[in-house]
Design a protein. Sequence first.
Length: 278
Amino acid sequence: MLKKLLITCEINVISVTLHVFNIYIFSMQPLFIAGPCVIESQKLLDTVAQKIVDINRRLGTDIIFKSSFDKANRTSIQSFRGPGLEKGLQMLANVKEKYGLKILTDIHESYQAEAVGEVVDVIQIPAFLCRQTDLLIAAAKTGKTLNIKKAQFLSGQDMKYPVEKAREAGAKDVWLTERGNSFGYNNLVVDFRNIPDMLDIVPTVIMDCTHSVQRPGAGGGKTSGDRRFVPSMALAAKAFGATGYFFEVHPDPDNGLSDGPNMLELEYLEKLIIQLAQ
């Protein structure tokens, strides 16, 4: 009888321990951001959003949906930029309402911040604009979480100054994102030491796994890249302590209207997230 009681107690302890362990693992789950580079159509947004909802349901993740209403920094004047501020925000609002997803988008000018802040959960500051004081202040004043991407010409340690600007303007939650550094002409290289350096500044540091494989301007009037290296970028960032991962995804990236060569195929997103969440 005593032996049976001891065995029962041991089983209960193991059960409680496993339950607590599962809660701990869930609470330590990394942050994920995914979506098409630019808003091409409502149909594309719906396709990607539904896939993200399915992944969230299966894996217990909370992937943030990302897409841009205007790619104001395209290489060529002939390149597709997106639907613009008003229409683009309405399309993102549709995604939020229909699928219940958190939304992230980027701004390029200070006047866009207020309208964007009424729709999204996270406002992103593009890498080339991360030192623009007025842009940071306008974004911070919305009260939304800010994701500031590290410029291709700055070190991780340099990012304390954009963070200071945002916090001085009232931002409570600031993230930083690594996306590579310029390496000569038309190329990027990632110094993964930037990740722990930026973790000394903020607790949330994200790896942009798709823009980091870009070849800027190397595609004859548009940016090129090589999506084959996206999973390796993500896993290397994990080894350096990244707390989140950013993926631009598309069901048919070869025919995407912006950054197609470095967007990850939508069908491979779930497998990669499983690897990173382990």
